[in-house]
Design a protein around this ligand. Structure first.
Ligand SMILES: [Zn+2]
Length: 150
């Protein structure tokens, strides 16, 4: 096919081609949005989180000397854990993909919010009292941040 003929062909099909390209881009975006694991793998993570995290929480709550309410395991997109003003804790099931040292850091972090509902110097002092190497764990956790979205 001569170049001019190809151009003419492409021009005549431009709308059709652009629509197909847009569709392909959309499919690609959806694929990236989807978790890279099956439903079964995900429920396994939930199961493991429900078995491990309440135990770690009970242990560290005793160490810190605080109480807490309910523990909920979630599949959050942007957080590893949270602590409500009533003391209810939630943890991301994706924590189970991380080393125990980082799981413990998240547990301790959320429990220390039972003392300080902020990230003040006093809050970090509480964390450091339990985990003197928390800065290192925090940095490692930040590096693992990407896997939360996959
Ligand atoms: Zn916090």
């Amino acid at each position: 096919m001569p170049t001019a003929a190809i151009r003419q062909f492409v021009d005549s099909k431009r709308t059709w081609i652009e629509r197909r390209l847009a569709e392909a881009r959309e499919r690609q975006a959806q694929r990236q949005d989807r978790p890279c694991m099956t439903q079964e793998e995900l429920s396994l993570l939930f199961e493991r989180a429900r078995a491990v995290l309440p135990e770690r929480t009970a242990y560290f709550a005793a160490v810190i000397g605080v109480d807490y309410g309910r523990i909920t395991i979630r599949r959050q997109k942007t957080r590893w854990g949270s602590c409500s003003s009533k003391g209810n804790l939630s943890f991301n099931c994706m924590l189970m993909l991380l080393p125990p040292a980082l799981q413990d850091y998240v547990v301790v972090h959320e429990l220390c919010h039972r003392r300080e509902m902020n990230h003040s110097a006093r809050f970090w002092e509480e964390v450091a009292r339990v985990l003197p190497d928390y800065k290192q764990r925090r940095a490692q956790l930040r590096q693992s941040g990407d896997c939360i979205n996959r």
